[in-house]
Design a binder for this molecule. Structure first.
Ligand code: SF4
Length: 686
């Protein structure tokens, strides 16, 4: 069907570009919008409002249709030849003057496995491991802890499993809003069948409405809460002794630690009622099968890795690992946040999470790539940004918008200005693209083929419904063209299937898969060569680490990076149903943008009264890093002392307030606890 723009589209089964659920969507000629098809996850073809609006950005009038280059401080249209020449010159100059460590590559959790794989390979071909993706900012701590203890940084179980559970422990997540199809199609049926939901969140959200127990944890105090729950489990004899004897180590030391925890005092520190905490611990530990679902409320702390370690203790103590209807299940954010890591768009690992420091892994990859990848781990995303103008001089950003998504945004903007050259490959002139030196117009979800890997490890295929507009090109073609300019390698793949075939050879988790075999269904990792299907439940007889046992880990509370005095409130940030990530896509949707004001700051009525703030007032919000103006949204649904805002908007840019203290292991920033002062905007606010 031809549209007013003159472009034609044909419905073909693809995948929603937004969250990690991975719903099947395609163009609908009857409505000119997107519609669901019966995919492997949304088996009835259902989609949430974002899925319905997914086509809004594909044929949007603000799409970039020509490359842009900076001339006299302005971005002006250029030919592909001229734009790629600028890229090649900038990279060659930086390499000649400063060496490979002066280059940084930001891959994208919103691009396909094949696109991420090629960008990561390009970085390594140029001699650097400084390639990362925005999974760094959401669940890198989860992946770090789960990889270390269990051997795999991913959901231990499947979405289908959730329907079989007897208790759901949803921690730091709001799936009713952020993963709506998981909530409707998997969680709600389990609850209707009698499963108990325990919800841990500083706010009462849409998810809390179906919970039996709500623990409104004080932001930054998840470790004390977890330790107190573990103490109740030990004290009340709710441990799974058979599992502990067979599959767990360090049991007695942990038991002694748990026996020393003062449950009442620790509950008070975590900001929850001790009796409710006890009931929640009993509900989780007493269930035959209890599944934990975690979100960014657990991971986005400067002690995020330790927080996840503490949660893993609960699952191990109660024997909720390695069986159906149980496990630890991080709900991933963007549609390919799992896959971007799987295929090696991370600074410390090659495809398949094999360490860059492992000579055997490097040798195996080199046999396919034809060159040796560098052995030194590179910089993570925020670390790289902090090095702009120091050790890093040129950056390539594929499909991400770090000027909005990274914490301490005023500092981020200053750092980007220090680069000799910034290349951005994207659909729109995003906040990051606006400060670039070269902008390469890429492809939207409905214009690309390739694979993405959803939150429960299912690899799904995208299919183009049409061509990119104007002179915009498919991202894979752009990356091949850049690869040919910057290296001596051929970068001559004949489409995404050819790249998938290669990445399969260097990614043991994907080795047994085939592009045809995925078809309109899915294949799940781990899927080793020579097997007929992927593994649904991980860690059954042995952990993915290869070990029979995982250890219980004693984890102590770490104070949040920001100190809080009586004047301060604690800002925590999160998502809303209608928007996604930096909002670069959803803010342009005519449907979605009307549904939600950008600048609401949820505040408890008592905290508002203390400050002379009424509902709907303009308020000034200020942290040690920066300040924004917002509109007060008074609600008792948020705990006292805490305020909440979304992070989807450039105005107000809430990440001007958040801090860049990093977790020592995963280097995830502390998004979930920022000390802020809130006052009526007319009293000297920003
Ligand atoms: Fe898209 Fe996620 Fe909504 Fe499914 S639940 S339609 S994947 S945003």
């Amino acid at each position: 069907m031809e549209r007013p723009s003159g472009r034609t589209f044909t419905p073909r089964e693809s995948v929603c570009p937004f969250c990690g659920v991975g719903c099947g969507v395609q163009y609908d000629p009857a409505t000119g919008a997107a519609r669901g098809w019966r995919g492997p996850v949304n088996t009835r073809g259902e989609v949430c409002p974002k899925g319905v609006a997914a086509f809004d950005v594909v044929d949007h009038e603000e799409r970039l249709t020509r490359p842009l280059v900076r001339e006299d401080d302005e971005l002006v249209p250029a030919t592909w030849e001229a734009a790629l020449d600028r890229v090649a010159t900038a990279f060659a100059d930086a390499l000649a003057v400063h060496g490979p460590e002066s280059l940084a590559f930001f891959a994208s959790s919103n691009c396909t496995n094949e696109e991420n794989y090629l960008l990561a390979k390009l970085a390594r071909a140029l001699g650097t491991n400084t390639v990362d993706n925005c999974a760094r900012l959401c669940h890198s701590s989860t992946v770090a802890a789960m990889r270390e203890r269990f051997g795999a940084g991913a959901m231990t179980n499947t979405l289908v499993d959730i329907r079989e559970t007897d208790a759901l422990l949803v921690w730091g997540a709001n799936p009713a809003v952020n993963h709506p199809i998981i909530f409707r199609s998997y969680l709600l049926p389990a609850i209707r069948d009698g499963a108990t939901l325990i919800h841990v969140d500083p706010r009462e959200t849409e998810t809390t409405r179906v919970a039996t127990h709500h623990l409104p944890v004080r932001p930054g105090y998840d470790i004390p809460l977890t330790n107190a729950m573990a103490a109740v489990v030990v004290e009340e004899g709710l441990t799974d002794e058979t599992f502990l004897a067979d599959r767990v180590s360090n049991v007695e030391a942990f038991r002694a630690f748990a026996e020393g925890v003062d449950v009442a005092a620790t509950a008070e520190l975590a900001g929850v009622d001790p009796d409710t905490l006890r009931e929640a611990a009993r509900a989780y530990a007493g269930a035959d099968r209890a599944a934990m679902l975690t979100g960014m409320g657990t991971s986005q702390h400067h002690c995020g890795t330790d927080t996840v370690h503490a949660l893993l203790n609960l699952a191990l103590l109660t024997g909720n690992v390695g069986k159906r209807g149980a496990g630890v299940n991080p709900l991933r954010g963007q549609n390919n946040v799992q896959g971007a890591g799987d295929v090696g768009a991370l600074p410390d690992v090659l495809p398949g999470y094999r360490r860059v420091t492992d000579p055997d892994a490097r040798r195996e990859v080199a046999a396919v790539w034809g060159f040796d990848p560098p052995a030194e781990p590179g910089l993570t995303e925020v670390e790289a940004t902090h090095e702009f103008g120091e050790s890093v001089h040129v950056a390539y950003v594929l499909g991400e918008n770090p000027l909005v998504t990274e914490p301490n945004a005023d500092r981020v903007r200053e750092q980007f200005a220090r680069l000799d050259c910034l290349v951005v490959q994207d659909l729109f002139l995003t906040e990051t693209a606006r400060v670039a030196d070269v902008v390469l117009p890429g492809s939207a979800w409905a214009e690309r083929g390739g694979t993405v890997t959803n939150t429960d490890r299912q690899v799904l295929r995208m299919r183009p419904n049409g061509d990119p507009p104007g002179d915009a090109r498919r991202d894979l073609d752009i990356l091949c063209a850049v690869g040919r300019r910057l290296t001596d390698l051929p970068f001559d793949y004949d489409g995404p299937e050819a790249v998938f075939e290669e990445l399969r050879r260097v990614t043991p988790l994907y080795a047994g898969m085939s592009y045809d075999g995925i078809g309109t269904g899915s294949q799940r990792w781990p899927f080793p060569e020579g097997t007929s299907e992927g593994l649904a439940v991980l860690h059954r007889d042995r952990f993915a680490s290869g070990r029979r046992r995982a250890d219980l880990r004693i984890v102590d509370h770490v104070d949040p990076a920001d100190g809080v005095d009586d004047d301060h409130l604690v800002l925590t940030t999160g998502r809303v149903l209608e928007h996604f990530n930096s909002g670069a896509l959803t803010r342009r949707s005519g449907i979605l943008v009307r549904l939600r004001p950008a600048d609401a700051l949820q505040i408890h009525p008592d905290d508002a009264a203390d400050r002379g703030i009424a509902d709907g007032d303009r308020v000034a919000v200020e942290s040690a890093r920066g300040a924004v103006t917002a509109t007060a949204d008074l609600t008792p649904a948020i705990r006292r002392g805490t305020v909440f805002s979304t992070f989807h908007f450039a105005d107000p840019l809430v990440n001007r307030l958040t801090g860049d203290a990093l977790d020592p292991v995963s280097r995830i920033p502390e998004y979930k606890h920022s000390a802020v002062r809130v006052a009526p905007a007319d009293e000297g606010g920003p």
